[in-house]
Design a protein around this ligand. Structure first.
Ligand code: FAD
Length: 477
């Protein structure tokens, strides 16, 4: 009898793991178990009354690097090339990003000339931050907060304005708590290997296996900064689901896993309420803290390590304005915590992807709210009404972008515990989990946003690597 692999969680990580398992020459029997009625996890695209696309989760995928290329290859394998909406290198959404500081929008400098010019809100040209990086010795600690790392290497202003905002934009988190080693591994490695972020990024670029396809070549030639899909990014999990079904993978939806136990001969019993499954191996692509509650007593040390990988909530408010114009053209702007504790940033969706504007074009924006403000409200058990988030989002659109008329369409979603936080020492949690799994020879592989990257590209890669480990093949091939 062939092996059975059960994949927990039908977000992009679990879908990717199932996809790469199902394509193996001697594929095991694969069962994907999703707790909700929908696949895709945080990737969710909905249509407005005029057909406009509103992304409730991710809205753009970066094509850069080996992981970006891997996702483009997946897109081509799924037959989605004609659906891709690229943001080309010469487009304003690729060139312009802003910080909202001191009540005004400031364009982030780009190119060498941009670094030499004065660039408010920074008091000196960013050239000086680069010089500081080149002359600062290598750090000695095995990990450091993003803030401390940036302050040491690039100075206080870059740390408290740029890196603070970046941590809010990517992780909805606090740069004074997040780990540079785990959140920005390329910066950490650049310092470790080349003693400088700048040298490391310059000299270390271009390594790794070079994947090739027509779409990858096009993305490189046109210097895409990101891409989406015509019907929204949820098209990707939908296409993966169709592929899995055609390959004979059992995809169970609306079946939350409520317990895992180990049986004789090292097989798993996966409890699903009133039924159960047997598995030779499990790939877990559900959040670490959820898995920690499902593990059996024999895996208590692993459960303890996983339970400490927490996640924060983000409120996403999609707004559409008829006949409105933005004061600037670009991808969007980020807001440092010192400027506004409520708003993480605003994405100008219509600039990057006008094709998704619908039949009666209006300006689409997404306001992201969160950070310490939301954490404090949650900790106090406050009522978090849709009206509160809508009011705050409309206020931000008016103050920060001058959009004073009420929006014609608005969607509000609170995504509870949606972004894992890789806090200082995250790498030790991963190491202790890996050591436990190896020592106990548990037939369990971890994948998903809880571990080594929250971006869609990272999640797909984590699913691919998990599948390769289960199949005993080389993950980098
Ligand atoms: C608002 C927002 C904006 C983002 N923007 C971007 C962006 O622009 N670009 C980008 O690259 N990334 C972005 N991200 C990050 C990225 O979307 C996520 O990190 C990624 O989608 C997570 O995928 P996952 O499969 O690891 O986890 P999830 O999407 O959380 O999937 C886990 C799945 O497991 C299921 N599950 C949970 N418990 C159980 C159980 N007991 N039994 C069975 N199933 C269970 C859940 O229902 C879910 O479907 C964004 C994230 C958010 C929240």
């Amino acid at each position: 009898m062939g092996r059975t692999v059960v994949v927990l969680g039908g977000g992009i990580s679990g879908l990717a793991a199932s996809y790469y398992l199902s394509r193996a020459p001697c594929a095991p029997k694969v069962v994907l178990v999703e707790g909700s009625e929908r696949l895709g996890g945080w990737i969710r695209s909905v249509r407005g009354p005029d057909g406009a696309v509103f992304e409730l989760g991710p809205r753009g995928i970066r094509p850069a690097g080996a992981l970006g290329a891997r996702t483009l290859l997946l897109v081509s394998e799924l037959g989605l090339d004609s659906e891709v909406l690229p943001v080309r290198g010469d487009h304003p959404a690729a060139r312009n990003r802003f910080l909202y500081v001191g009540g005004a929008l400031h364009a982030l400098p780009s190119g060498i000339r941009g670094l030499l010019r004065p660039s408010p809100p920074f008091s000196k040209p960013l050239f000086w931050a680069g010089l500081r990086d080149l002359t600062t010795p290598r750090g000695k600690d095995p990990d450091e907060t993003v803030h401390s790392f940036a302050q040491r290497r690039l100075g206080s202003e870059v740390a408290s304005l740029a890196m603070d905002s970046l941590c809010r934009g990517v992780f909805a988190g606090n740069s004074r708590e997040l780990s540079v080693r785990s959140c920005f591994p390329s910066l950490f490695q650049a310092e470790q290997t080349h003693r400088s972020i700048l040298l490391g990024l310059l000299l270390g670029a271009g390594r790794g296996p070079q994947l090739d396809s027509a779409l990858i070549r096009q993305a490189r030639a046109e210097r895409w900064s990101q891409w989406s899909l015509r019907g929204g990014l949820e098209t990707l999990p939908q296409a993966l689901n169709a592929h899995l079904t055609s390959r004979g993978v059992s995809v169970l939806q609306g079946q939350p896993v409520c317990g895992l136990s180990l049986q004789a001969e090292g097989r798993w019993k996966v409890s699903l309420g009133d039924s159960s499954l047997e598995a030779d191996h499990i790939i877990s692509a559900i959040p670490a803290s959820v898995l920690s509650k499902l593990l059996p007593a024999e895996a208590a040390p692993l459960a303890r390590a996983l339970s400490t990988i927490t996640a924060v909530s983000v409120a996403v408010v999609n707004l559409q304005y008829r006949g409105a114009r933005l004061p600037v053209q670009g991808f969007g702007h980020l807001v440092p915590s010192s400027e506004d504790p409520v708003i993480l940033g605003i994405v100008y969706d219509s600039v990057a992807f006008p094709e998704q504007d619908g039949s009666s074009p209006g300006l689409r924006l997404t306001v992201m709210l969160g950070g310490s403000w939301l954490q404090t409200l949650e900790a106090r058990g406050c009522v978090l009404s849709q009206e509160l988030f809508q009011q705050e989002a409309e206020k931000a659109a008016a103050t920060q972008l001058g959009l004073n008329e009420p929006p014609s369409h608005c969607l509000v979603h609170l995504h509870k515990n949606s972004i894992p936080q890789y806090t200082l020492g995250h790498w030790q949690k991963l190491e202790s989990a890996a050591q436990f799994l190896a020592a106990q020879k548990l037939p369990l592989t971890l994948a998903g946003a809880s571990y080594e990257g929250v971006a869609v590209n990272d999640c797909i890669e984590s699913g691919r690597q998990a599948a390769a480990r289960v199949l005993g093949t080389e993950p980098n091939s």
